[in-house]
Design a protein around this ligand. Structure first.
Ligand code: NIG
Ligand code: FE
Length: 407
């Protein structure tokens, strides 16, 4: 067998579920051909691989799957640094939102931005994400909130998704909040989302999933049920932002719907956790937003005990987590959330991919996509441990066998 890329002599973190923990092979090798992994295993066993166009000797350093950021709001215009300052002086997130700031402020800036501006801003953020090892990224709409405007956002995302030097994009339609101009006819707004926006987005293949923010200050449980029901009728996957400020019962709903993920989860009860466990719903941890809003830590021990897969994402957004970097989230997950090193890495690889419904992403084994990161350090603990330099420990990033670092 010939291949395009062979990486040898690596501490290979496979994240293969058939191996224990994060599936580390102390002296491993991985071969990529046609954009996919054709072989991964112990370095001494590569007998089947005859020729490789490019061979990299990792010199014993860490090699992992390309990272998966399964929750971002990477497309938006403007910023809210002023609000960050207000919060640093003691103002609350919901208080700022009630005074007309928050998501409504980003709506204004995003609606005013041209397609070109939105696309350029998205590209720049995705470049930064890729520099931190991200090869697959979810991108949500949700900063326009009119039917035509949300479709426009998703079309901008679709344009960037065709570009080979960008991470692989998983597009999501986010039903974020009721926009200010529709507060008086809230029911009609929800109906319009269900009967017009979701069917149109699905018919134009602009997203693979629908997300709704079901929380205090956003949508009620009944509204979430209606919106996610419409998504399922349109044959889209579903997920939700739940339990940041209040537990409205979103986890139980996600379990009943067989959702991909429940995200945030600072406040979730035992029945909700059990519902997620029995339906295989991934718990997406967003420690950057949690720390910034000084929220309680989600019940990691309970998710672990119930066998709920935990993913970790940046939540890249202008309000609560303006961060493109997954390596930094590894630090927060291990230090603040009490996740183990293996759990944290699985959270930004295989479990992140599970939250996107992508079975061939986030692991190194034959048949998976050829997404690989070479690190400048020798052990997986080094990345969260050296959190100040975590993002700079990335050496080379390959997406589907292509060297993104060389582009
Ligand atoms: O995931 N929680 C809701 N949405 C975003 C924040 C959006 C914003 O403040 O712009 C989040 O944290
Ligand atoms: Fe979010």
């Amino acid at each position: 067998m010939d291949c395009e890329l062979l990486i040898r002599n690596a501490r290979l973190m496979t994240c293969d579920p058939e191996r224990p923990g994060a599936g580390v092979i102390e002296r491993g090798a991985v071969a990529i051909s046609g954009g996919a992994i054709v072989w991964a295993g112990v370095d001494g066993d590569i007998g089947g691989v005859k020729e490789a166009s490019r061979v990299i000797d990792a010199g014993g350093r860490l090699v992992t799957p390309g990272l998966v950021d399964c929750h971002t709001h990477a497309i938006f215009a403007g910023d809210r640094a002023g609000e960050f300052g207000l919060r640093a002086s003691g103002a609350g997130y919901l208080e700022i939102a009630a005074a007309g700031g928050g998501i409504a402020a980003s709506l204004k800036a995003t609606r005013l931005a041209s397609d070109e501006t939105l696309i350029d801003l998205l590209r720049e953020r995705l470049r930064l994400a890729a520099a931190g090892g991200t090869t697959t990224i979810e991108v949500k709409s949700g900063y326009d909130l009119t039917v035509e405007g949300e479709l426009r956002m998703l079309k901008c995302v679709a344009k960037v998704a065709t570009e080979r030097d960008m991470p692989r994009i998983s597009p999501t339609l986010l039903v974020h909040v009721v926009p200010p101009e529709r507060k008086a006819d809230r029911d009609a707004y929800v109906k319009e989302i269900c009967e017009s926006l979701i069917p149109k987005a699905a018919a134009q293949a602009l997203c693979t999933a629908v997300d709704i923010y079901c929380d205090e200050g956003a949508f009620t449980l009944d509204e979430a049920r209606a919106v996610l029901g419409a998504a399922k009728r349109a044959e889209l996957a579903v997920k939700a932002h739940i339990g940041q400020f209040a537990d409205l019962g979103g986890a139980e709903l996600l379990g009943a719907l067989g959702a991909l993920s429940g995200d945030h989860l600072e406040r979730v009860g035992d029945a909700g956790i059990a519902a997620m466990a029995s339906a295989g719903v991934v718990a997406v941890m967003l420690p950057g937003a949690c720390v910034q809003l000084r929220l309680p830590v989600p019940p990691v021990e309970k998710f672990r005990a119930q066998g709920v897969a935990m993913a970790i994402a940046t939540d890249l957004n202008p309000g609560t987590s303006y961060c493109e970097q997954l390596p930094l989230q590894l630090w927060l997950a291990t230090t603040h959330y009490g996740m183990t090193i293996d759990e944290a890495w699985l959270g930004v690889t295989r479990h992140g991919a599970k939250a996107l419904g992508m079975a061939h992403v986030g692991l190194l084994r034959a048949g998976a996509v050829g997404d690989v990161v070479l690190w400048k350090c020798g052990h997986e603990a080094d990345v969260p441990y050296r959190y100040g330099a975590a993002n700079t420990l990335v050496d080379r990033v390959f997406r589907a066998g292509l060297d993104m670092t060389a582009m």
